[in-house]
Ligand binder design. Structure first.
Ligand code: G4F
Length: 326
């Protein structure tokens, strides 16, 4: 019989990739959308007509219980969050309510609706929980045993979500797992994130629609992969007999400057400096200088490996935005 899946954060980058993947695997997919007259609802319905939309909110427990009753899920993927690190500094309490306490609300909704022993739960944990500090950075990259030291309200809230998921696994024997995902990007990425901001600006510069791009710090390094690869990892995590936590990463790290190098080369520009201005408005009160993940456990246990490499990712994003902006 077809399985049912409930996705929170269906309108986000990962929600879209995951909905498609699960639909292709024969799941009946339900997606939670929050807010009255949310403009992203129409976009989601048009792109993913097979998704049944449920109006609910991670901050409203009764709505989540109702979502459980309507969808009767075998698997719940909790992807919804205030996910922009810079925004979380400006809206820290909202971030705690949604990104942190929202996880507890979803776990409790599963229990209260009787799904404690039957429903499998995936929590979207993040490499932001590691914080990128020197003392905390093993040479081979962060793995499942590395220390946490979050550097933003977002990272702190996500760490709560991570631990409460582990706690429910240990306390109630729930099949609750966390994927600790390093940065994952692509053509569905929001324009507020640095990779898509760059790929879109590069396309617009090529087409004469924009003269330059304003960015914050160019030195941070990130372990950037393709989001389409990472949702496959999420699904594999929930197919394991035992719940557990896994790092999903590429095992490579690159500066924003390197992303700019490749993106501008796609439009035939070798020296991007005249097209990039630094604006302190895009800098953060505390920065994560470097993120590098070690996906060895996921590769061994899940048989998961990223497919798209760094140059392939940059090219995919610039090509997409050139078409979109033309
Ligand atoms: O693209 P970003 O905003 O992603 P960030 O902060 O690494 O967070 C993303 O990845 C996390 C996984 O590690 C997720 F948990 C999280 O939800 C999100 O998806 O920024 C990347 C880097 C940062 O160091 C930032 O300071 O780029 C730097 N940056 C420089 N100029 C900029 C900009 N970031 C943004 N968003 N916009 C700029 O203009």
């Amino acid at each position: 019989m077809a399985k049912n899946a409930l996705i929170t954060g269906i309108t986000g980058q990962d929600g879209g990739h995951l909905a498609k993947l699960l639909h292709e695997k024969g799941y009946k997919v339900f997606g939670i959308i929050r807010g009255q007259h949310n403009p992203r609802r129409q976009i989601t319905e048009a792109e993913f007509p097979y998704v049944t939309i449920i109006e609910a909110d991670l901050t409203d427990q009764s709505s989540l219980i109702r979502a459980m009753e309507v969808s009767k899920p075998d698997e719940v993927y909790n992807l919804a969050a205030v996910s922009h690190v810079g925004y979380s500094f400006k809206n820290p309490q909202l971030t705690v309510d949604v990104t942190g306490k929202g996880v507890l609300n979803m776990l409790e909704a599963i229990r209260l609706s009787g799904g404690e022993k039957s429903v499998r739960f995936y929590q979207a944990s993040t490499s932001e929980m590691f914080g990128g500090l020197d003392y905390n950075r093993p040479g081979k990259g962060y793995d499942e045993d590395s220390l946490f030291h979050p550097r933003s309200p977002y990272g702190v809230a996500k760490l709560y979500g991570h631990w409460i998921t582990k706690n429910y696994r240990e306390s109630y024997d729930m099949h609750a797992s966390c994927g600790i995902l390093f940065n994952h990007e692509g053509e569905r990425r929001g324009l507020e994130f640095v990779t898509r901001k760059i790929s879109n600006a590069v396309a617009r510069i090529k087409l004469g629609k924009q003269d330059y791009i304003e960015l914050g710090s160019l030195d941070p390094k990130r372990d950037w992969g393709y989001a389409g690869d990472y949702v496959e990892g999420m699904w594999r995590i929930l197919q394991q007999d035992k719940p557990d936590d896994y790092v999903l990463a590429t095992g490579e790290t690159h500066t924003i400057g390197e992303f700019l190098d490749l993106a501008f080369k796609e439009i035939g520009i070798d020296d991007w400096k005249p097209y990039v201005k630094q604006n302190p408005a895009f800098m953060r009160p505390a920065e994560v200088d470097i993120l590098l993940g070690n996906p060895t456990k996921a590769e061994k246990v899940l048989g998961w490996k990223r497919q798209v490499d760094f140059p392939g990712l940059v090219k995919m994003m610039v090509d997409h935005d050139l078409k979109l902006e033309s």
